[in-house]
Design a protein around this ligand. Structure first.
Ligand code: KG4
Ligand code: ZN
Length: 332
């Protein structure tokens, strides 16, 4: 029984993974609503909210499955990357709990945990597979050889794709997290109503900031001529900017698939929950794997599973470990 704790950004999430039966027993995620109106995550508020929620969440998870603390075998927790203050709340809590209970403490890399989310439910991708990790902090193309062996084939040189979703949504007056809002409004719109230039980037890398700026200039021009332009065309605008962001995301994925000749593709991270991305991928002649939408966004389940794998391989943490804010991969 491994407890998984995730507090890297604005979701406080706790889960319990049964390593013996290979299944998730419980996962509770609390999305912080306080950031909705500010249009983005305010780090200080996120840390405070984790601090308030972490203990009640752990208690709820254990109560839900009627499990005493003494049945736990390890405490896994996200070490980074993420917001340092947010990470520190979960990390210090997990460290303290493991110390008090005399249990192994298992720091988990957030990016490796997202990849592990592919193994929460079957069907599982066979190794090696390609993985697109598309979230609010990352846009990564990975060649995955094993649970903790992965090579970065491409990455975003500026904004992450989720960040581009959130920022363009904010320009249209939509609340945070904007990716979810764009996804929702796009359903009634025409994805080809407006077109935006496709970014040109070397190799398998991404760049989303040009698209974001092009969208801003486009909106400013339209609003000048027609003040209610956004309100009256919201669905078409959402569908069109979403299509442009996803086209860039998919063009590099396509190149990676052809280059690597690997036709098993995993899709993880918050943006993987996007309905249009899933629809576009289902048209490709590849085997595509993705967790249920609630396990695409940040969750404790993926941390508990990755923690179980690490414990099985004897990769444990020490009391000297501290969180890291910056991206690292293959660090386990
Ligand atoms: O993986 P995640 O929960 O946190 C990070 O590790 O960053 O991803 C959050 C990101 C946000 O930018 C959010 O807008 C985006 O994922 N997102 C979506 C959708 N659901 C979440 N973007 C597009 N469509 C969605 N359905
Ligand atoms: Zn994440």
């Amino acid at each position: 029984m491994v407890l998984g704790i995730e507090t890297s950004c604005d979701e406080t999430s706790v889960a319990l993974w049964d390593g013996f039966k290979g299944r998730l027993l419980s996962n509770i995620t609390l999305s912080q609503e306080i950031h909705k109106l500010s249009g983005g995550v305010i780090p200080e508020r996120a840390s405070r909210s984790h601090e308030e929620n972490i203990l009640p969440l752990v208690e709820s998870v254990l109560r839900r499955v009627d499990l005493p603390l003494s049945d736990l075998c390890g405490i896994a927790c996200t070490q980074g990357p993420g917001l340092f203050g947010s990470l520190a709340v979960g990390f210090m809590f997990a460290k303290g709990l493991s110390w008090a209970l005399g249990l192994p403490f298992i720091p988990v890399n957030h990016l490796e945990a997202h990849v592990a989310s592919l193994f929460l439910d079957p069907p599982y991708p066979p190794y090696p597979f390609l993985c697109l990790l598309a979230s609010g902090g990352h846009s990564l193309l990975l060649r995955v050889e094993g649970p903790f062996r992965m090579e970065i084939l491409g990455r975003s040189l500026d904004d992450a794709v989720g960040e581009a979703f959130d920022k363009t949504a904010k320009m249209m007056g939509l609340p945070y997290p904007g990716g979810v809002e764009i996804d929702k409004f796009s359903r009634g719109g025409d994805p080809h109503a407006y077109s935006f230039p496709s970014p040109r980037v070397d190799a398998l890398n991404y760049s989303f900031s040009g698209l974001k700026t092009a969208f801003l200039y486009f909106l400013e021009k339209k609003i000048k001529a027609m003040p209610k332009f956004v309100e009256e065309n919201l669905e078409d605008l959402c569908a069109s900017i979403q299509e442009a962001l996803l086209a860039h995301l998919l063009s590099k994925l396509e190149e990676a698939v052809e280059g690597e000749k690997i036709y098993h593709v995993g899709l993880v991270g918050g943006v993987a929950a996007n309905h249009r991305l899933r629809e576009l991928l289902s048209e490709r002649p590849w085997a595509v794997y993705s967790p249920a939408p609630m396990y695409c966004t940040d969750n404790g389940a993926m941390v508990a599973l990755a923690g179980h794998w690490k414990q099985r391989e004897g990769i444990l943490g020490s009391w000297e470990d501290i969180p890291f804010a910056r991206s690292k991969i293959g660090s386990s």
